[in-house]
Design a protein around this ligand. Structure first.
Ligand code: HAM
Length: 430
């Protein structure tokens, strides 16, 4: 009988790793409590309409990643209802805010959640079909101060504090403003116009999005489209005075709290409900996440409650990818535990073995720590050994031996460069 396994894109979490998950969640709860957040738990599945209307029909999440099914009330009932495993939690929180008339309290609502989310994405390291988010939302009637730029800054400062308390190193905050409900249509019209003459030279996705949802073109990662995208109009030039002033105040408050950020004019994020402030925290390559380096994302959604049939309730929130946070903590702890060698020399064939040893001797005399591979290794084996032991790999093949120009692979930067032998020791020391 075939053995059963966890479904693709899902995974078991076992001890001792679960202790780290509990530590992360306990730290988050403690930080949230200091900032006056209370916990909300919403259902894991909701009416499909909630996400179609809240997150947006044209987003990747709704158009292709949701786990949706027709659910019959009873086996003998004809009335089916379309249900969906939640792909994110913001829409559910706002639905609950409306359903429980939290607006009537007149108070600002500060709510956090910790729980699984579901998206049918292509699984890879840091991207799963069931993944966990630690998130929070701040929303309320305008008179509760929910629209204030200080709320944006408070949320961002809280995130910086949480990441620092968890010991995440090297995080970076990217910030943008995508404008208000009136700025965006003007910007989208300008984008459409600018895309019309150039879109035929872009990737298939961009060609479609140029028609259906031009903002999403800015998310495109296709290398050949980048120059075209960089030349497109920028949202910053379409913000009205109120949005511009709001963004300026967010930045001023962050400066006052000493939270470092960079403004990324292309950060529009993949969900349709965002207005004004959007942000993402990333970690540098080499922190265990590879290309899935967004630790968390969020932003303002001043019109979401109305889109879901509720009262005006401006808000801002974020969700941390807990799986990614844990991977980063593990990778950073591992990197700190074993100091790596300066270089691993990989001879490309046994004929290069003697030259590799001579090169190692030269580098060791220059004070560097070096390990040498063997020419009988396959390239993959050299890569694996080098990645485990050293910060960089030096490739020594016939061409390199003849030309004196060596190929150096830097594992943390993910880059490959050519270095002259006379410069090698200095380059490896950098
Ligand atoms: P999001 O950017 O779609 O935003 O997701 C937030 C974070 O969840 C991402 O930065 C990433 O760390 C993690 N994440 C997303 N998809 C996956 C996946 N397939 N596997 C592992 N981790 C993943 C939202 O979900 C918004 N609801 C955030 C928000 C709250 N905006 C305002 N309030």
């Amino acid at each position: 009988m075939a053995t059963l396994k966890a479904v693709r894109g899902t995974r078991d979490l076992l001890p001792p790793e679960t202790a780290l998950w509990n530590h992360v969640e306990a730290t988050a709860r403690a930080v949230f409590a200091r900032y006056a957040f209370g916990e909300i738990r919403t259902p894991v599945f909701e009416d499909t309409q909630l996400f179609a209307r809240g997150v947006g029909e044209e987003t990747d999440i709704v158009s292709k990643e949701m786990y949706t099914w027709e659910d019959r009330m009873r086996a003998d009932s004809d009335s089916a209802q379309s249900l969906t495993l939640r792909p994110e939690n913001t829409a559910g929180v706002v639905r609950a805010y409306i359903e429980h008339k939290l607006a009537d309290t007149g108070m600002l609502q500060k709510l956090f959640y910790i729980g699984p989310q579901f998206r049918r994405e292509r699984p890879q390291r840091g991207r799963y079909r069931q993944f966990w988010q630690i998130g929070a939302e701040v929303l309320g009637p305008a008179w509760s101060g929910a629209e204030s730029p200080l709320r944006d800054a408070e949320v961002l400062e809280m995130l910086a504090t949480l990441l620092n308390e968890l010991g995440i190193r090297g995080w970076q905050l990217a910030l943008n403003s995508v404008g208000s409900a009136t700025d965006r249509p003007r910007y989208i019209a300008a984008l459409r116009e600018a895309l019309a003459p150039v879109k035929s030279g872009m990737c298939e996705n961009c060609q479609r999005r140029a028609e259906t949802n031009p903002l999403r073109v800015l998310d495109c990662k296709e290398p050949s489209d980048q120059a075209t995208i960089d030349a497109l109009p920028r949202i910053a030039d379409f913000l009205d005075d109120t949005s511009r002033d709001h963004f300026a105040q967010v930045k001023a408050a962050l400066d006052a709290c000493g939270v470092a950020y960079t403004v990324d004019p292309r950060l529009v994020r993949g969900l349709d409900y965002y207005t004004r402030t959007t942000f993402e925290f990333t970690v540098a390559d080499g922190s265990g996440l590879g290309t899935q380096n967004a630790l968390l994302g969020g932003g303002r959604y001043d019109g979401l409650s109305e889109m879901l049939g509720g009262p005006k309730a401006p808000g801002i929130g974020f969700a941390i990818g807990e799986d990614r946070l844990i991977l980063t903590l593990q990778a950073q702890a591992e990197a700190a535990a074993e100091p790596k060698l300066d270089a691993f020399i990989a001879p490309m064939g046994v004929a290069q073995n003697a030259a590799a040893l001579a090169l190692a001797q030269e580098l060791r005399r220059a004070g560097l720590s070096v390990e040498v591979g063997d020419g009988s290794f396959r390239l993959k084996k050299s890569f694996e050994a080098a990645d485990k032991l050293a910060r960089r790999m030096v490739i020594l093949g016939e061409d390199e031996a003849a030309s004196g120009i060596l190929t150096v692979k830097d594992f943390s930067a993910g880059e490959q460069t050519k270095v002259a032998r006379s410069e090698l020791a200095n380059a490896l020391r950098a």
